[in-house]
Design a binder for this molecule. Structure first.
Ligand code: BEZ
Length: 205
């Protein structure tokens, strides 16, 4: 398997945490796809017309976005990282999409505040994106018992996405104070982030 990879991307991290939890991370060859002034990212654009990491080439297919990749890896390796069926499965899928959607909002804030010249930044839009992130975090706090499991259980895909969201907020927006008023989520993340899958995929400082 070949994965278009950027070590700073929280979406790549979600795919790689999934691979670690399934015990197949060493079967993934990482192809660096990091934008630089001189790189064309032709390989990434060929793998994913949207030009976004992660994209996984496997079994004659190229799969992209982290949710599709995580679900593929889980199914292909009989992982049991999602509830079997019924309402629990649909709620877990919805939570997985919500956490990744909040990550989309967080990454957009990063682009707006890091890449866009200061004079052109739109504070109202940034506030709106943070509000999406905060509402998702409130939902995770409310639902914690539905996805947290116990330390010895397999991590679920919605839990992995939630942890990658929290890790990215700590990485890029350390002063956002997401732990304030969310004690259950904070305690869960402290434990979850000590898993080898999370430690092995930490973004470089
Ligand atoms: C970042 O540096 O924050 C970043 C890098 C790649 C994808 C998304 C975010």
């Amino acid at each position: 398997m070949k994965l278009q990879f950027n070590p700073l991307s929280p979406f790549v991290r979600a795919a790689m945490v999934t691979a670690h939890e399934l015990g197949i991370a060493d079967k993934i060859e990482k192809v660096e796809a990091v934008p630089t002034p001189t790189s064309t990212l032709d390989g990434l654009n060929a793998a994913n017309p949207l030009g976004k990491v992660p994209a996984l080439t496997v079994d004659g297919m190229t799969l992209h976005d982290s949710r599709v990749i995580a679900e593929y890896l889980n199914e292909a390796h009989d992982g049991g990282l999602m509830p079997g069926k019924g309402p629990d499965l649909w709620q877990a899928r919805t939570r997985l999409s919500m956490a990744l959607g909040a990550l989309d909002a967080a990454v957009l804030i990063r682009y707006e505040t890091f890449l866009r010249p200061e004079a052109l930044r739109w504070q109202g839009w940034i506030d709106g994106q943070f509000a999406k992130v905060d509402r998702a975090l409130d939902q995770l706090e409310a639902d914690i018992g539905d996805f947290s499991g116990s330390g010895s259980e397999k991590a679920r895909l919605d839990a992995i996405a939630a942890a990658c969201l929290l890790g990215y907020i700590d990485f890029r927006f350390a002063d956002h104070g997401w732990r304030d008023g969310r004690p259950k989520l904070a305690a869960w993340y402290l434990e979850f982030s000590a898993r080898p899958s999370m430690r092995d995929t930490e973004p470089p400082a």
